[in-house]
Ligand binder design. Structure first.
Ligand SMILES: Cc1ncc(COP(=O)(O)O)c(C=O)c1O
Length: 404
């Protein structure tokens, strides 16, 4: 279906009232179409029950919907087997599952993990924790002069160090850079190192195909993909599953339990102990059905027209500096001369324009850029040029107030 903004915005009750507001914080959490909310409401109203546990009709229906959701996600990311799709609580938990369920059992002191300076804290802290626990080394890819990841540095690290995992974002939540995953993964593979892709930001802006990428793990959250909070996904390639141990354990993740031992079940249940986020998984599948109504090329074309427009308008403000290079997708981060980002976000907030201020959970990146904080505006498919006009108005108001 072609993108028709009026029609598209009508699928979101939140945009019903034509008021002067702009939601430019979808990189934090995207708005949710009514179809997703209705689908989740249907679960609670008509067949609320646990999954894989009983034999009654309600249970059968919820199990069917839950497992169908897994199939929808499998085809969305083009995984070879449905069992490669593990439900988690969010992207952060997915990354922690790789750290605790795979890395902890396959890496030892002195082994190296490659990270990039673009990473979100969720793809840094689990590795710092592992460094503390088992003594692995972290190697960082910095930005080069042109504002892109320094691929020469990466190649040198891969050639010279004892790398056992590359954990890399597909799209920066601050600079909007899309990393060259195909190249990064190919170089890691040539040295036998598995790759984890943090697709938290990438997933709503570019088609992801795990078989084409040839990554080993890929993590994302539902709430940045027009879906509910409380649901995340970890794609785990079958070969890696065989190297994993259970992490969070308990009911639903075991075949047998005895006084002195337990036998874990097959994947993915082995990694889904306890009652899973049932309504949320079903809701996430519905959000994927919503985005699947549009062609990726149209999504990218429309979103890049918004980013270009915002860039042009921001460049007209002489005291505003956009962070990073032109390779921008989904968001633009910026700073204003002599005005604290929190003051800009406060003024924008008073005008009902939602943007972020702070380090956006990317403190090492901000340190590398030599700033403590920035503002970030981020877009989704429902944004319009008028949203950006409102933001520009808010920025100009902040300049008028705080430059006195
Ligand atoms: C690049 C990136 N990775 C990971 C995360 C963590 O996602 P969540 O908070 O849903 O676990 C975020 C959230 O902003 C992100 O932008």
């Amino acid at each position: 279906m072609k993108i028709d903004l009026i029609n598209l915005r009508e699928s979101f009750s939140i945009f019903e009232k034509e008021k002067s507001s702009a939601y430019l914080d979808s990189a934090a959490t995207a708005q949710v179409p009514d179809s997703v909310i209705n689908k989740m409401e249907e679960y609670y109203k008509y067949y609320c029950s646990n999954v894989h546990r009983g034999v009654n009709l309600q249970n059968e229906k919820s199990t069917n919907e839950f497992e169908t959701a897994r199939n929808v996600i499998q085809s969305f990311v083009d995984a070879k087997y449905v069992s490669e799709i593990v439900f988690t609580k969010n992207c952060t938990e997915s990354i922690n599952l790789v750290a605790n369920g795979w890395a902890k059992h396959n890496l030892k002191a002195g082994d190296g993990i490659v990270l990039s300076i673009l990473e979100h804290h969720s793809n840094i802290v689990p590795w710092l924790q592992l460094k503390k626990e088992i003594g692995i080394n972290l190697h960082w890819i910095d930005l080069s002069e042109d504002g892109q990841l320094d691929m020469n540095q990466y190649e040198k690290i891969i050639e010279e160090e004892n790398i056992k995992l590359v954990a890399i974002t597909g799209q920066s939540n601050v600079l909007g850079i899309q990393t060259d995953l195909i190249n990064i993964i190919a170089k890691a593979k040539a040295k036998g190192a598995p790759v984890l892709v943090d697709a938290a930001q990438l997933i709503a802006h570019k088609q992801v195909n795990v078989q084409k990428l040839d990554c080993d793990f890929l993590a994302f959250s539902g709430h940045k993909l027009y879906g509910p909070t409380g649901i995340g996904v970890l794609y785990v390639k079958r070969e890696r599953q065989e190297e994993m141990q259970p992490w969070i354990t308990g009911g639903g993740s075991v075949l047998e339990v005895h006084r002195d031992k337990f036998i874990p079940s097959e994947t993915p249940s082995m990694f889904e102990a306890g009652t899973p986020p049932i309504a949320e998984a079903i809701g996430l599948a519905e959000s994927i059905k919503w985005i699947n109504m549009y062609e990726w090329k149209d999504i990218q074309e429309y979103e890049s027209s918004l980013i270009s427009y915002a860039t042009e308008e921001m460049n007209k403000i002489s005291s505003l500096k956009i962070l990073g290079s032109n390779n921008k997708h989904g968001c633009i981060s910026f700073i204003l001369d002599g005005i604290h980002p929190h003051d800009v976000a406060d003024i924008a907030g008073e005008m009902d324009v939602s943007i972020r201020a702070g380090n956006h959970c990317a403190m090492p990146l901000h340190t590398a850029l030599g700033i403590p904080a920035s503002n970030r505006m981020s877009i989704a498919l429902y944004n319009k040029k008028e949203d950006i006009d409102l933001l520009i108005k808010a920025i100009n108001k902040a300049i008028t107030i705080f430059s006195k």
